[in-house]
Ligand binder design. Structure first.
Ligand code: FBP
Length: 261
């Protein structure tokens, strides 16, 4: 029996993602949020379902004896420097993640890349090992590479969801393309795997941001794994409350937005 409930409450989850230091580089950060300790404290104060980060941050910043926020250790990552077909190679073992007290592990697959087969292979082994340890696996699945004409089409998003299911992911993290009706098809293709949505670049218009969240939740998503829209905000805990009200309590946008005031 896998412990999916360690990062999902009644099937819903709000995860704080902080793997951008590797994926995007410090250009995403300011003097406050460049400090991983600030993010760990934010994850605790905001009572996030989990914090997702690379093993090095988990090692240096998460207090493993008094862990108050569940942890998802990302097992692969890449920078945005080489302009090549995307390939994110495993840099941390499942055992290491378990030693770091991970409640789940994460891995990014670039669907459609020339290297998808390598990532499928690594991911398959990770699923096997993680499930032996009884911890769930979340797959970040991003269609990308020169063969992918439209990274956000509903068709390719549904394909991403399906690949996650068929490779054995417990949860799949994908991007939302603002096609509310189409997203139902995306979720349907994920079957029993839960669909989590990425936050994307910071959106200044709170109403627009929360409306999107409300829409993909209504289409069947199980929550969000969000980074920049929370920790780039100057009121991250208020944003967190607004998101939680929609994700866990099915709040309408007009009510959720009150948290942002
Ligand atoms: P955001 O909510 O900030 O978009 O974070 C979600 C995320 O998946 C991160 O976990 C990851 O580092 C980043 O987006 C990947 O971004 P990109 O799509 O540019 O590769």
């Amino acid at each position: 029996m896998k412990k999916i409930n360690s990062i999902f409450k009644k099937g819903k989850s709000l995860i704080l993602a902080y793997d951008h230091g590797m994926e995007h580089g410090p250009k995403e950060f300011n003097l406050i949020n460049a400090d991983p300790q600030y993010i760990v404290d934010l994850a605790k104060k905001g009572k996030f379902s989990a914090l997702a980060c690379q093993a090095g941050l988990a090692y240096h910043y998460v207090d493993h004896h008094q862990k108050t926020v569940p942890l998802i250790v990302k097992l692969n990552g890449k920078t945005n420097i080489p302009k090549i077909e995307p390939f994110s190679k495993q840099n941390c073992s499942v055992k290491r993640a378990v030693d770091l007290q991970a409640d789940a592990v994460g891995y990014t697959i670039y669907l459609g890349s020339e290297h998808e087969k390598e990532m499928f292979g690594e991911f398959g082994k990770i699923v096997e090992e993680a499930h032996d340890y009884r911890i769930p696996v979340m797959a970040w699945i991003y269609p990308r590479g020169r063969f992918v004409k439209d990274k956000l089409s509903t068709e390719i998003s549904a394909y991403a969801a399906r690949i996650g299911l068929e490779l054995g992911a417990d949860a799949i993290k994908i991007k939302y393309n603002s096609d509310k009706e189409g997203f139902k098809w995306v979720v349907q293709n994920a079957g029993k795997a839960k669909v989590m949505v990425a936050g994307g670049p910071k959106i200044e218009n709170g109403n627009r941001f929360l409306s999107e969240v409300r829409d993909f939740m209504a289409a069947g998503a199980s929550g969000m794994a969000v980074g920049r829209n929370v920790w780039k905000s100057d009121k991250p805990l208020k944003v967190t409350k607004a998101l939680k009200s929609i994700i866990f309590d099915n709040a309408k946008v007009k009510d959720a937005i009150k948290w942002l005031k």
